[in-house]
Design a protein around this ligand. Structure first.
Ligand SMILES: Nc1ncnc2c1ncn2[C@@H]1O[C@H](COP(=O)(O)OP(=O)(O)OP(=O)(O)O)[C@@H](O)[C@H]1O
Ligand SMILES: [Mg+2]
Length: 420
C-alpha cells in the first residue's frame, strides 16, 4: 500500500517536473522571440534612418551632407498626387545613392562655361529642348562637353536644383549619360554632360525632318544594339537602384549616341525639374511626351516603372518602323504608331509590312519577328502584363550582333555591371 503511495508520489513529482520544464522552455522561447523581434525592429529602423526615407508628411527629411533641405518642394511638387509620390521616390533614390558613396560632380563658374561654349553662340548650339538650348563646348582640359542652359522662366529654387544634381550625379551606369558638372550662379542654371558626338537617336531615325535630309542610315545591327543599350539604361534605373527611379520621359531624343553609335539614356531626373517649374499645373513634362505616355499614366496619373516599359516599347517600334510616335499627316488609322502597329506585331506575315523601308530588307526575318513580339508586350495596355526591363534585356541580348564591338568602359563612369 505504502509502495503504491510512493510510486504515486514519484509519478506526481515527475509530472510536476515535466510541467515546470515545459513552462520554463515556453518562457525561454517567448523571451528569445521577443529579443529577436526587438533586434529586427531596431535593424529596420536603423536602416530607414540611414536612408533618410522621406515620409509623406509636411516635415521634410534631414538633408544630406551637400544638399540643403527642400522645404518648399513638397508644396510645389504636387500638381497631381502622382508627381508628389514620384518626387518622393526620386528623392529617396537620391538619398539611397548618397548612402552608396560620395561621387561628386564638378562645380563650374558661369564664365568658365561661357568661355567653353564660345559665349553660347549659335554656332555651338547642338539642340533645343523644352528646358532650353544645348551647346557644344570644350573644357580647358580638352574634354568635350554638352552644356544645357536651362532657361525656362519660373522659380526653380537653387536648393531643388542642387538636389536634382545630386540625383543625376549619383546614378552611374555605362548606359546612362553621366553628369560632369553643373553651374548655379546669378540666376543661371546649367548642366554639363559628356558630349555625345552623334546626338539624339531621333536625328538618325528621321534625318529628313532635320536639315541634313535623306533616309536613315541606321542599319539593323546598330538599331538592335541601341535598343539593348537603352534597355540596360532603364534596367539600371528600375532594378539596380533602390528605390527604383522612373525616367518618366523616355523617348528617342533622350537616347544619345556617341561617335560609335553606342547609346546612353539621358534626362532621367529632369522630368522632375519640369514638374516643379509648372507651378502647380500638370505640364507636358509631368505627362511625358505625346505618343510615349502609357495609357494608365495618361488616364489616372498612376505612374510605375511599367510606364517606362511602355515608352520603351514605343521607341522599339520607332526603331523597327522608322515612324514617329504621332504623325497626323499619315492616312487615317496610321497617325498613332502604337495603334497602327500593334495588331500587326504578332502576325509573322504582317511584321514585314511595318518594317522601316530604309532597312532595305537587310535583317533576319526571324529576329524582326522576335523584336516585334517584345515591342508588342511592352506597349500592351495592361501595365501588369508588360515585361520588366530585365526581361527585355534578356530577350534582346541574343539578337544583338557584333557583341565584341560593345563599348569599352568609360573611365568617367562606374560600371553598374560588366558589359556583355
Ligand atoms: N550630351 C549631349 N551631347 C550631344 N548632343 C546633345 C547632348 N544632350 C543633348 N543633345 C542634343 O540636344 C538636343 C536637345 O536635347 P534636350 O534634352 O534638351 O531636348 P529633347 O530631349 O529633344 O526634348 P525634351 O527637352 O522635351 O526632353 C538633343 O536632341 C541632342 O541632339
Ligand atoms: Mg532630352
Amino acid at each position: 500500500m505504502a509502495d503504491g503511495g510512493d510510486e504515486y508520489k514519484r509519478e506526481e513529482s515527475v509530472t510536476l517536473l515535466v510541467i515546470v520544464s515545459l513552462a520554463a522552455l515556453s518562457l525561454l522561447s517567448l523571451i528569445a522571440a521577443f529579443a529577436y523581434y526587438c533586434y529586427i525592429t531596431r535593424k529596420v529602423s536603423r536602416r530607414l534612418h540611414s536612408l533618410h526615407l522621406p515620409k509623406r508628411s509636411s516635415s521634410p527629411p534631414p538633408p544630406p551632407a551637400r544638399a540643403p533641405p527642400r522645404q518648399q518642394q513638397q508644396g510645389k511638387d504636387s500638381p497631381s498626387s502622382n508627381s508628389a509620390s514620384d518626387g518622393a521616390g526620386a528623392t529617396a533614390a537620391a538619398m539611397s545613392v548618397v548612402v552608396a558613396g560620395e561621387r561628386g560632380v564638378q562645380v563650374f563658374g558661369y564664365r568658365q562655361l561661357h568661355a567653353a561654349t564660345g559665349g553660347f553662340g549659335r554656332a555651338h548650339m547642338v539642340g533645343q529642348g523644352s528646358f532650353g538650348a544645348v551647346y557644344r563646348g570644350v573644357l580647358p582640359d580638352g574634354r568635350k562637353v554638352a552644356v544645357k542652359l536651362m532657361d525656362r522662366p519660373g522659380k526653380q529654387g537653387e536648393e531643388e536644383f542642387e538636389m536634382e544634381v545630386e540625383l543625376l550625379s549619383r546614378l552611374r551606369s555605362p548606359y546612362l549619360l553621366g553628369l560632369i558638372g553643373h553651374c548655379s550662379e546669378g540666376g543661371h542654371r546649367l548642366l554639363v554632360y559628356e558630349f555625345m558626338a552623334n546626338g539624339g537617336l531621333q536625328e538618325h531615325l528621321y534625318p529628313n525632318r532635320g536639315s541634313c535630309g535623306g533616309i536613315s542610315k541606321l542599319d539593323w545591327d546598330t538599331r538592335m544594339r541601341i535598343a539593348l543599350e537603352a534597355a540596360k539604361g532603364l534596367e539600371y534605373l528600375h532594378e539596380r537602384v533602390n528605390p527604383p527611379v522612373i525616367h518618366r520621359d523616355f523617348k528617342s531624343s533622350n537616347i544619345l549616341l556617341d561617335k560609335d553609335f553606342h547609346a546612353r539614356v539621358s534626362d532621367f531626373g529632369l522630368a522632375k525639374l519640369g514638374s516643379d517649374r509648372a507651378g502647380g499645373h500638370v505640364s507636358t513634362r509631368v505627362l511625358g511626351t505625346q505618343g510615349y505616355v502609357a495609357p494608365e499614366y495618361a488616364l489616372t496619373g498612376h505612374l510605375t516603372t511599367k510606364s517606362d516599359v511602355y515608352s520603351y516599347g514605343v521607341v522599339l517600334l520607332e526603331l523597327l518602323t522608322g515612324r514617329v510616335p504621332v504623325d497626323m499627316k499619315r492616312p487615317p488609322g496610321e497617325g498613332v504608331l502604337v495603334n497602327w502597329a500593334l495588331p500587326m506585331l504578332t502576325d509573322r506575315e504582317k511584321v514585314v509590312r511595318i518594317l522601316d523601308p530604309a532597312l532595305e530588307g537587310q535583317y533576319s526575318l526571324k529576329d524582326a519577328v522576335q523584336v516585334a513580339a517584345i515591342a508588342a508586350m511592352c506597349v500592351q495596355p495592361e501595365a501588369d502584363y508588360r515585361p520588366l526591363m530585365a526581361d527585355v534585356v534578356q530577350s534582346l541580348v541574343p539578337l544583338v550582333k557584333n557583341r565584341s564591338n560593345q563599348k569599352a568602359s568609360n573611365p568617367n563612369v562606374q560600371s553598374s555591371k560588366p558589359l556583355d
